[in-house]
Design a protein around this ligand. Structure first.
Ligand code: PEP
Ligand code: MG
Length: 593
């Protein structure tokens, strides 16, 4: 039966595909497709691991001392029973042969299905067996770790479902056409989201998260339709259900009827045509009708994202969120933090990727909804992680770590135009400490005779206290970059990652607009560079207002650049300045947009 679930629209477009439910704790399991010829090998991998676990448990059982508690022997029996359960084995085989999932993915998918059945059981004893199943699956996964995978996630082969011809809706799928998959999860950490960046999924939906949560930001950078804050979506949707993700309206439609499918198929094609039209603007200079030049820059998370940035016609990188190099490493056995050489090579790769265009590297912004490792904010033991040890506070708390990053950025700057941007500054003392450490990093490189380049220094304006003390910031920095995501969060006291208060997260609140407008005006008056790099910069409904406030530099996901350029080309900056003054004076600015 068709039903819909409402959430927040975070990344535009329509995706239609079968649901892949991924538990937050399972997101770090490798997800890739195996070649059709290798499915038997993949099934063997699971079988070998499962048999090894059975042997291990049987041995433990045999060696149990006579006086061992009876419960222990019973528990081992349960584990052996679960390991031999036909539902587990046949399910895993199904996902591998029918969908070409890799072994780990097939196993965790089947685990999710059986775990739900346990959840629905009346009998408390049986319900609790879910924990045993989890342990058993965990053991098999651990066994499989270390066994070389036939394919790496990067070598994704899209062959899923070629053998399944008829969908539940009676749609006939061509043999050569893949079944698109959409990811449905309760929550996914930004680091785990990154591993899905190879576009394995056609769309994505989570129960939690706000529009500017970092998970949503990464989803947007993947340029696939996404909905967050869809409350109980991961409970209501079942593995393999057909789902439409409407990233424009923020709606999920589950098990759609043929009529609804046809309607959304039409919308999907309309969207594709619109994109093709926008693509023609790629080489058009971003000039307003009255001849004002506007700089459209890219936000990136990884050096490889520069490819998309150049392809979209970005004239530089306005925000390289360097923290993504620092996240999710331990679970991949990469060591806790990237060392100087690794960072230097990553920054250099981004600089070279931009082919001579400027690159703004932001120093690490770890904390809040971007934990170093682990499963996200819920695991953070601090009471208010967004107000805690985050971004520059985290860096200043660990000078050797910060100096390592600064040296790597300075060295990379020898290869191109680099701007060094510092997040979350609020205090004069933090500014002073940061500048001292930058000088110290230069001195360390001088002492070792290592070459480095010049950088322009910038500060992010994302705490109201910073926006209210601009003169201090402009005394020390060459440019400012307004981080509207956090500026809104901290001005309105609304957690940007919490969907329960997302209706209050208002970019058009008069207080927010005033702080933005004053920052732009002060920088323009002093001839200092200013840009907006929060999600507002890529929101086409805000482009005219920001232009009217005098903004001439916008940094956003590459996927948004052409749509914003279209707005710029249609705008008359002179007229917009008069209109923007009225909007700023209004009690209800949104009504005038
Ligand atoms: C912002 O706060 O607007 C910003 C660009 O930084 P981040 O989203 O990474 O916090
Ligand atoms: Mg920020």
């Amino acid at each position: 039966m068709t039903f819909s679930v409402h959430g927040l629209a975070v990344s535009r477009g329509i995706a239609i595909g079968r649901a892949v439910l991924v538990a937050s704790s399972r997101a770090d399991v490798a997800h890739y497709f195996v070649d059709a010829a290798k499915t038997d090998e993949e099934i063997t991998r699971v079988r070998v691991a499962r048999n090894a676990v059975i042997e291990e448990i049987t041995r433990v059982q045999k060696e149990l001392p006579k006086d061992a508690p009876h419960e222990l022997a019973a528990l081992l029996d349960v584990h052996l029973m679960l390991l031999q359960d036909e539902l587990l084995i046949s399910g895993v085989k199904h996902w591998i042969t029918e969908r070409h999932y890799n072994a780990e993915w097939a196993l965790t998918t089947q685990y999710e299905i059986i775990a739900r059945q346990f959840d629905d059981m009346e009998d408390e004893y049986l319900r609790e067996r879910k924990a045993d199943l989890e342990q058993v699956v965990e053991r098999i996964l651990r066994r499989m770790k270390g066994v070389p995978s036939p394919l790496q996630p990067q070598q994704v082969v899209r062959q899923a479902g070629a053998s399944r011809k008829e969908s539940q809706q009676g749609l006939l799928l061509d043999d050569t056409v893949d079944v698109p998959l959409v990811l449905v999860a309760h929550d996914i950490s930004p680091a785990d989201m990154l591993q899905f960046k190879q576009s394995l999924f056609a769309g994505f939906a989570t129960d939690v998260g706000g529009k500017t949560s970092h998970t949503a930001i990464v989803a947007r950078s993947m340029d696939i339709p996404a909905v967050v804050g869809a409350r109980s979506a991961s409970q209501l949707i079942e593995q393999d259900d057909w789902v439409i993700i409407d990233g424009d309206a923020g709606v999920l439609i589950v098990d759609p009827s043929p009529i609804i499918l046809a309607e959304y198929g039409f919308k999907q094609r309309q969207g594709e045509l619109e994109r093709e039209r926008l693509n023609r603007l790629r080489h058009t200079p971003a000039l307003t009708i009255d001849g004002q030049r506007v700089e459209l820059l890219a936000n990136i998370e990884m050096p490889e994202d520069t490819l998309g940035a150049v392809a979209a016609g970005a004239v530089g990188v306005g925000l390289f969120r360097s923290e993504f190099l620092f996240m999710g490493r331990e679970s991949k056995g990469l060591g806790k933090l990237p060392d100087e050489e690794e960072q230097y090579l990553a920054y250099r790769k981004a600089i070279e990727g931009m082919q001579g265009l400027p690159v703004t590297i932001r120093t690490v912004d770890i904390g809040s909804d971007k934990p170093l490792d682990g499963r996200g904010k819920a695991q953070d033991t601090h009471l208010n992680p967004a107000l805690g040890l985050r971004a520059i506070r985290w860096s200043l708390a660990d000078p050797p770590m910060f100096l390592t990053q600064l040296r790597a950025i300075l060295r990379a700057a020898a290869h191109g135009q680099v701007n060094l941007l510092v997040p979350m500054l609020a205090h004069a003392s933090e500014i002073r400490q940061t500048l001292v450490l930058i000088d110290h990093a230069r001195a360390q490189l001088d002492n070792k005779g290592i070459a480095y380049g010049q950088v322009r220094l910038g500060a992010m304006i994302e705490i109201p206290a910073a926006a209210l003390t601009l003169k201090l910031f402009l005394k020390y920095f060459d440019f400012l970059s307004i981080g509207t995501n956090d500026l809104i969060q901290y001005t309105l006291a609304i957690d940007r990652a919490d969907e329960t208060v997302s209706h209050l997260y208002d970019p058009c609140h008069p207080a927010v607009l005033r702080l933005i407008a004053e920052t732009i005006a002060e920088c323009n008056a002093q001839g200092k560079g200013v840009s907006v790099c929060g999600e507002m910069a890529g929101d086409v409904s805000m482009t005219r207002l920001l232009l009217g406030m005098g903004l001439r530099s916008f940094s956003m996901h590459p996927s948004q650049i052409l749509a914003v350029k279209q707005q710029v080309l249609r705008a008359d900056a002179g007229k917009l300045a008069i209109w923007a003054a009225q909007v700023l004076a209004s009690d209800d600015p949104a009504a005038l947009l």
